[in-house]
Design a protein around this ligand. Structure first.
Ligand SMILES: [Zn+2]
Length: 413
């Protein structure tokens, strides 16, 4: 059985070598890489290094090196095909076989081509929106009012979708191109008299292009300038965009996350832009959804410390509880997850403006560790003065604790 090369590439792009190796070797962050005791030769001090950016491991002691598939073969004694199948299964991917399914191969190639065309279309829209921002004093003054400089606006590719139903008709030669609909830029309404109306999804909104870790535009977030509803509007789910997997600002923040040693997870695009402007370029945001395990997993590729920030109100607590659930199975002795609750009178932006950069950095350093938040979450609503309340607390804590321990032991075997 032979496996198409393109599939292997796709698999390696999905799998994270740090994660795969980390299941077998205790790794510690050291600079840009992770270090651990080499599993292939006996040693007392770590000379086994794993590079998240190169997706490669290398032992300075015995010279063994390779990618995630090589590691599985070397470590578990699997054959190439077995290692690929093992890995594919973990990501819910079906291994295509060269000799049996030319149609599948053609379909896969077709799909990859489509994804490229979709990001091309989205890129084209992004630069059209960027141009419109320069042409609209009203939209530009929105960003200026939030203290955003031209440099930061450019870094994030901020733009403006003008009012009117067919703004993008000026940017694309063929407004009827089905790709405009598939990319979520254009909405096709209900057919009437054999004609379906087509119109721009984003109208009279400041635009935040959402990029994948490769830097390609995969969707948009749009915010109204006034008080219209909905305040925030995101691209719909498309073959290139999934809210549950993508984080706004990750591409822009990835180097700062490595440099600062942590990622700060916020709740909105404007938070990310404002933080970058105020000297915290290591922030990302979820896209109007609760934080998922995929989000946390993605962040752990770049750092071993993730801090979630939330409003101090009840909604913030609820969102934090969801983040706790997503992060719990992934937190380990090496990877830390913390929670930051803003005072009720502030958002991130206003906190830093009111108290200054240093005060915010101090505030971040005092964020609540996952273990403590876990205890707080279990205690929520329990009266510890009574035996009944204490029993309730214990039964709340048990399932949370068990998931936490399972994560720890699976990391150490
Ligand atoms: Zn070695």
């Amino acid at each position: 059985m032979s496996i198409p090369h393109t599939f292997v590439q796709e698999l390696l792009a999905r799998a994270d070598v740090v994660d795969i190796v980390g299941r077998h070797v205790q790794l510690k962050k050291g600079g840009a890489n992770f270090m651990g005791l080499c599993p292939f030769h006996s040693e007392k001090s770590p000379s086994f290094s794993v590079s998240p950016s190169k997706q490669f491991y290398h032992c300075f002691g015995c010279g063994k090196s390779g990618d995630a598939i090589n590691f599985l073969m070397e470590h578990t004694g699997a054959s190439f095909v077995e290692a690929v199948q093992d890995l594919a299964q973990q990501f819910g991917m079906q291994v295509p076989e060269d000799d049996t399914s030319p149609q599948d191969r053609a379909r896969a190639a077709e799909q990859r081509k489509k994804q490229t065309t979709l990001t091309d279309v989205l890129e084209q829209a992004a630069s059209a929106y960027q141009k419109q921002l320069k042409a609209s004093p009203r939209a530009a003054s929105y960003f200026k009012g939030r203290g955003v400089t031209g440099q930061v606006a450019k870094q994030f590719g901020l733009g403006y979708a003008p009012a009117g139903w067919h703004g993008l008709a000026g940017a694309f030669a063929n407004y009827d191109d089905p790709l405009l609909e598939e990319s979520g830029l254009v909405i096709v309404g209900e057919e009437k008299d054999g004609q379906a109306p087509r119109y721009d999804r984003f109208r009279d909104r400041v635009m935040f292009p959402i990029r994948n870790v490769k830097g390609e535009c995969i969707g948009f977030g749009g915010r109204v300038l006034g008080d219209d509803k909905p305040k925030y509007l995101n691209s719909p789910e498309t073959p290139v965009f999934s809210k549950g997997r993508e984080l706004y600002g990750l591409f822009e923040a990835r180097n700062a996350i490595r440099d600062e040693g942590y990622a700060l997870v916020t709740e909105g695009y404007m938070d990310v832009v404002a933080l970058a402007q105020l000297g915290f370029p290591n922030a990302v945001a979820t896209l109007g959804t609760a934080c998922t395990a995929d989000h946390v997993h993605k962040l752990f590729r770049f750092t071993d410390s993730v801090i979630f920030s939330f409003d101090g109100d009840n909604a913030g607590r609820r969102a934090a509880r969801k983040a706790l659930d997503a992060a719990l199975p992934l937190a380990t002795d090496v990877r830390s997850v913390k929670f930051l609750f803003l005072p009720p009178e502030h958002d991130l932006d206003s906190f830093i403006r009111a108290h200054g950069k240093e005060a915010f950095a101090r505030f971040v350093s005092e964020s609540i560790p996952l273990s403590q938040f876990l205890v707080d979450a279990a205690r929520d609503g329990c009266d510890l003065q009574t035996a009944e309340g204490r029993a309730h607390f214990a039964s709340n804590a048990k399932p949370l604790w068990r998931r936490c321990q399972r994560a720890r032991s699976s990391n150490n075997y």
